[in-house]
Design a protein around this ligand. Structure first.
Ligand SMILES: Cc1cc2nc3c(=O)[nH]c(=O)nc-3n(C[C@H](O)[C@H](O)[C@H](O)COP(=O)(O)O)c2cc1C
Length: 275
């Protein structure tokens, strides 16, 4: 029994030492990982106490280094200390949602490729991301990043790489993801899914703000590695980030007619895939 206590003590000491020597990036990564693990656990479940101690340790260090936004702090405290932010819940429950509004925004969103010279305003960019960031991400990693450019030269170059019409866009959002976000599983797949979720959420918000935008792929099939390196440099992207898509955006001249959609009956099955 004494040996077990000694081993546990040693492991705990090692864990603490790792947390203290973590870089800010690593600490943020650990904070999300451990608090999320605790969020999914319950008292009495296997290793719950260990998860609680671990999350608390990372939270304390992140707090000390001033790495937490207000909402992250509240999230950590709710999970670790069981704090109840019921005022916020009341405020949330007052948000009125109408099914027609949601259906309208989803169905009326179009891929817009013809713009006026009105760029996305900085305050609208903020509002856009304030909403888009509520997209789901695996383990709540939120490893996305958005750069707004309104620089003609940069947009012209993006157009040369990805399609002439892009050159006439008054602004463009560069969406990148941190490829180290799921480093424990070396899982690129999840990062790309997160990016897809946030881009679609962003496009719905764009629709509701009455701008026009189009999702433009930025994969290896479309962008040579030389062009990718050049564009990465143009936006001072860190090594760990990868541009997954660009979103030309602005006031729009015209909105395309809705491209047809398949019949829902051809997309759905009950119980088994029917040929
Ligand atoms: C992952 C993804 C990549 C896309 N890439 C491009 C692109 O490179 N260029 C483009 O003009 N449109 C692109 N689109 C837009 C699609 O062509 C468009 O969504 C589709 O034709 C349906 O039209 P709608 O968006 O107006 O409903 C992309 C859409 C998605 C989801």
């Amino acid at each position: 029994m004494k040996d077990v206590a000694q081993i546990l003590n040693f492991l705990w000491f090692k864990f603490k030492r790792r947390i203290f020597s973590n870089s800010e990036d690593e600490l943020e990564y650990d904070m999300r990982k451990y608090v999320h693990a605790l969020e999914k656990s319950r008292p009495g479940k296997k290793r719950h106490l260990y998860k609680l101690l671990r999350a608390h340790e990372v939270y304390k260090e992140a707090l000390k280094r001033d790495l937490l936004s207000q909402s992250e702090r509240e999230w950590c405290e709710r999970i670790i200390f069981g704090e109840d932010f019921s005022d916020d819940k009341d405020a949330e429950s007052e948000i009125k949602r109408s099914e027609e509004d949601i259906d309208g925004v989803i169905k009326e969103r179009r891929s817009v490729r013809s713009f006026t010279d009105e760029p996305l305003k900085e305050e609208d960019f903020e509002e856009l991301i304030d909403t888009a960031k509520w997209a789901p991400s695996a383990c709540n990693r939120q490893s996305w990043r958005f750069i707004l450019t309104r620089n003609e030269e940069k947009i012209r170059r993006l157009g040369e790489v990805r399609g002439k019409w892009i050159k006439d866009a008054p602004s463009c959002i560069i969406v990148s993801i941190d490829m180290n976000a799921y480093r424990e599983t070396e899982n690129d797949y999840t990062s790309y899914l997160d990016a897809g979720a946030v881009i679609q959420t962003l496009l719905l918000k764009v629709e509701s703000m009455e701008y026009g935008a189009c999702w433009v792929n930025f994969g290896d099939a479309e962008v040579s590695s030389e062009a990718r390196d050049e564009i990465d440099d143009m936006f001072s992207l860190p090594e760990s980030h990868r541009i997954v898509s660009i979103v030309p955006i602005g006031g729009f001249k015209s909105k395309p007619k809705p491209p047809g959609r398949k019949d829902s009956s051809s997309l759905t099955d009950l119980e088994e895939y029917e040929k």
